[in-house]
Design a protein around this ligand. Structure first.
Ligand code: 13P
Length: 343
């Protein structure tokens, strides 16, 4: 696969106000989310849950790519079509989470490094065979007393870059996800400082591993105060700080930045993205979304594990995706919440 083909795939995923649905929770994480609503978690209920999202009528207007998990990429819909095929039929690019999760970093208590490089080349080739056209690898960085350490930041940046280079070699667009967590009581200033440092380390490592920036997508956190911080920044402050940080550390050759929601309330995640696209400043990249919880939470609540609630769950998902898409285009207004919800 050529660099141009990778760049075309990357741009198609975020074309015309589209974003990404992150539906790649591991069975373990999804089980926790379902259990919180006393919904039984089996391979079958997890499939039914995913299928609700993937078959939402009209959703390809707002969703250009879906990140799947290993279990889901092997599953078939209730009508017997592979779920990957269902997405491809709708013009939605299927992607796959390929990291093996964040594990304790030896020698650095409290910090984690994402594992999964061993055997990755072969796994990427087989996922491509199954229809995946992009991949995701998530690194997590915790802010705390004396944290993050340079050891943690650099180990994660190195792994992200090795993963990204392997993806491009195998013809998959890498989503590079360095997530500075919202856990803790840090201020927005501290989030900005750490996010900047992490992004700088990631792009240094990507350069060293010869990753083509045109053929990748960056999935960062927004610059936001820790969830236990007494002073939560305003929507405008988050937008300004996020844009400032990205402009300092992300080269303009990257076609798009697709934010994670990271535990933000779904409305706030929409408002932040809207403001990021509305505040002034240089924006050489598309600024869109790759939300997991912020796109799914309302639909999960409405669905409640019951097949008769699928249309209502799909309505909730469609509404949220429509608002997030408007935010990605810089056209989001709070009034859309009631307009779109009643449509
Ligand atoms: P959230 O939007 O729920 O943070 O999920 C995005 C994601 O893919 C995390 O890896």
């Amino acid at each position: 696969m050529t660099t141009t083909a990778l760049a075309d795939t990357a741009r198609a995923i975020v074309a015309a106000g589209k974003g990404v649905l992150a539906a790649d929770e591991t069975p373990r994480t999804l089980t926790q989310r379902l259990a919180a609503r006393t919904i039984e978690s089996t391979a079958e209920t997890r499939r039914a849950y995913r299928e609700m999202f993937f078959t939402t009528p009209g959703i390809s207007e707002f969703i250009g790519g879906v990140i799947l998990q290993d279990e889901t990429i092997h599953q078939r819909s209730s009508t017997g079509t592979p779920l990957v095929g269902l997405l491809a039929q709708e013009g939605i690019t299927p992607g796959i989470k390929v990291d093996n999760g964040a594990r304790p970093l030896a020698g650095s208590p409290g910090e984690r490094v994402t594992e999964g490089l061993d055997g990755l080349r072969d796994r990427l080739a087989s996922y491509r065979e199954m229809g995946a056209r992009f991949a995701k690898w998530r690194a997590v960085v915790l802010i705390g007393e004396g944290l993050p350490t340079a050891g943690c930041v650099n180990a994660n940046a190195h792994a992200l870059a090795r993963y990204a280079a392997l993806c491009q070699e195998e013809g998959l667009v890498p989503i590079v996800e360095p997530e500075v967590l919202m856990d803790g009581a840090h201020t927005i200033d501290r989030s900005e400082q750490v996010t900047g440092r992490v992004l700088q380390a990631v792009f240094d490592a990507l350069f060293e591993q010869n990753v083509s920036l045109e053929g990748m997508l960056l999935k960062p956190n927004m610059v936001i105060a820790g969830q236990d911080c007494e002073r939560q920044a305003s929507v405008e402050e988050v937008a300004t700080a996020t844009l400032r940080t990205l402009s300092r550390h992300v080269p303009p050759a990257v076609p798009a930045i697709v934010f994670l929601s990271g535990g933000q309330d779904h409305l706030l995640a929409t408002k932040h993205l809207g403001a990021i696209n509305q505040v002034g400043g240089p924006k050489p990249w598309k600024l869109s979304y790759s939300y997991g919880r912020a796109l799914q939470d309302e639909a999960l609540e409405v669905w409640d594990g019951r097949s008769e609630n699928v249309p209502a769950g799909q309505h909730a998902f469609y509404h949220r995706a429509k608002c997030d898409s408007a935010a990605a285009l810089g056209r989001y207004r709070t009034e859309m919440e009631s307009e779109a919800a009643s449509a």
